[in-house]
Design a binder for this molecule. Structure first.
Ligand code: RB5
Length: 145
């Protein structure tokens, strides 16, 4: 199974992305960094789209996107067919969005939460399987219609 993680950010998420990449390395996850590669001002859709296409095309299994609020990257990623990007800032939602929504992209705001909580959220998001319950499969298929 391809378990490569796509990761991306804008300037607002750059520092937190560095922390999350260190955390992924330490935890034994393979990832591909789609940028941005510095704290210089840039446009979040450029990076959100790259991560979203990598997941939608099957190059990567899941994605992580970080901007200042997590909102811009979430809106942009969700425009790509097949992407279910979830903006998450708490552990309960990280678990629920995997179990119920089979979310394939996690988005977070670096101006909203700190690295400790963000790492916990990433861990839960990556470790929690989809429930495969019939009702959740049905609801997800209605999104794709
Ligand atoms: C950049 O200032 C900020 O607008 C961006 O990181 C993000 O929060 C947009 O949703």
């Amino acid at each position: 199974m391809n378990d490569m993680i796509a990761i991306g950010c804008d300037h607002g998420g750059y520092e937190l992305k560095q922390d999350i990449m260190k955390f992924l390395e330490k935890s034994g996850y393979e990832y591909k960094d789609f940028g941005t590669y510095s704290a210089e001002s840039c446009d979040y859709p450029d990076y959100a789209k790259q991560v979203a296409y990598a997941v939608a095309d099957g190059e990567c299994e899941k994605g992580i996107l970080i901007c200042g609020t997590g909102i811009g990257v979430s809106i942009a990623a969700n425009k790509v067919k097949g992407i279910r990007a979830a903006l998450v800032h708490d552990c309960f939602s990280a678990k629920a969005t995997r179990e119920h929504n089979d979310a394939n992209v996690l988005t977070m705001g670096a101006r909203v939460i700190g690295p400790g909580l963000a790492e916990e959220i990433v861990k839960i998001f990556l470790e929690t399987p989809f429930s495969n319950d019939e009702r959740h499969i049905r609801r997800i298929s209605k999104i794709e219609d």
